[in-house]
Design a protein around this ligand. Structure first.
Ligand code: DX5
Ligand code: ZN
Length: 240
C-alpha cells in the first residue's frame, strides 16, 4: 500500500522544509501536481521546483501532469528527478500512445490518469503499457474538493482487469482522499492513495500517514474480503 501526500497541500512558502517533513513522516511517494492553467484552470509549479527538492529526499517522485502539452514537459520533469510521470487519457489516443512510450524511453515509470467524467473503458487499451493507473476522484485543478463517490465502480473495474489480465499496475486514487474515502477505495481495489488536505490538515503528518496506511491495509480488497458483498458504492461501512 502506497501513501502519497501531495505537495499541492503543503506550505508553498517552504517547499524544502515541507519536503523534508513529508520524508521524515514516512511517506512512500511524494505526489507532484503539475497544472498548466489550460488543461485545468489553475497553475501550480514547474520542473525547477522539482529539481530544487530532489536532493533533499530519496522518496519516489510521482509527477501528475495536468497539462495540455505534456510532450514539451516530459524531458524537463524526467531530468528534474521525477520517478514516475502520469499523463491524462483525455489527451486522445494518438497522443497517449506516443507519450507513454516517451516516458518509458526516458527510463521513468509510466502513469496514466483518468478524470471522473471519462469512461474507464478509455484506459483499457493501455493497461499492459503502464505501471500505474491514476483514477481521479475529483475533477482535477484544486485541492480540498469532496470525493466523488461515483468513481468507485471505475476503481473496481480497474481491479478486475488487473486480476483477470494478470497485470500489476498500481491503482491510484487522487482527490478528496481522507481516512474514510481511502478505506472505501481500498475495499474496491485501490493500492496507492494520493492525499493533500486529508493528510496535511492533520496535526501530525507522521501519525496521519501511519493511520491511513493501517486503514487501507485492513480494508484492502485483496485481504480476502468477499468481493460482491463489499462491492459498491456506499451501503456498507468501511472499517475506520
Ligand atoms: C487535484 C490534484 C490532487 C490534489 C488532491 O487536481 O490532482 O492531487 O492535490 O488534493 P486533495 O487531497 O486535497 O483533494
Ligand atoms: Zn494529482
Amino acid at each position: 500500500m502506497i501513501i502519497a501526500p501531495s505537495l499541492l497541500a503543503a506550505d508553498f512558502g517552504h517547499f524544502a522544509r515541507e519536503t523534508v517533513r513529508v520524508d521524515k513522516a514516512g511517506a512512500d511517494w511524494f505526489h507532484l501536481d503539475i497544472m498548466d492553467g489550460h488543461f485545468v484552470p489553475n497553475i501550480s509549479f514547474g520542473p525547477q521546483v522539482v529539481r530544487a527538492i530532489r536532493p533533499l529526499t530519496k522518496m519516489f517522485f510521482d509527477a501528475h501532469l495536468m497539462c495540455s502539452k505534456p510532450e514539451i514537459l516530459l524531458e524537463p520533469f524526467a531530468q528534474a528527478g521525477a520517478d514516475q510521470i502520469n499523463i491524462h487519457v483525455e489527451l486522445g489516443e494518438h497522443q497517449v500512445t506516443s507519450l507513454l512510450w516517451k516516458i518509458r524511453s526516458l527510463g521513468k515509470k509510466v502513469g496514466l490518469a483518468i478524470n471522473p467524467p471519462t469512461a474507464i473503458s478509455m484506459v483499457q487499451p493501455y493497461l499492459d503499457q503502464i505501471d500505474s493507473l491514476l483514477i481521479m476522484t475529483v475533477n482535477p485543478g484544486f485541492g480540498g474538493q469532496s470525493f466523488i463517490v461515483e468513481t468507485l465502480p471505475k476503481i473496481q473495474q480497474a481491479h478486475v482487469w488487473r486480476r483477470d489480465l494478470k497485470l500489476n499496475y498500481h491503482i491510484g486514487v487522487d482527490g478528496g482522499i481522507n481516512f474514510a474515502t481511502a478505506a472505501e477505495c481500498a475495499r474496491v481495489g485501490a493500492d496507492a492513495f494520493i492525499s493533500g488536505t486529508g493528510l496535511f490538515g492533520q496535526r501530525s503528518l507522521r501519525v496521519a500517514i501511519n493511520k491511513m496506511r493501517k486503514l487501507v491495509t485492513e480494508n484492502a480488497r485483496d485481504n480476502g474480503l468477499d468481493f460482491d458483498r463489499h462491492a459498491l458504492p456506499a451501503g456498507h461501512a468501511a472499517k475506520t
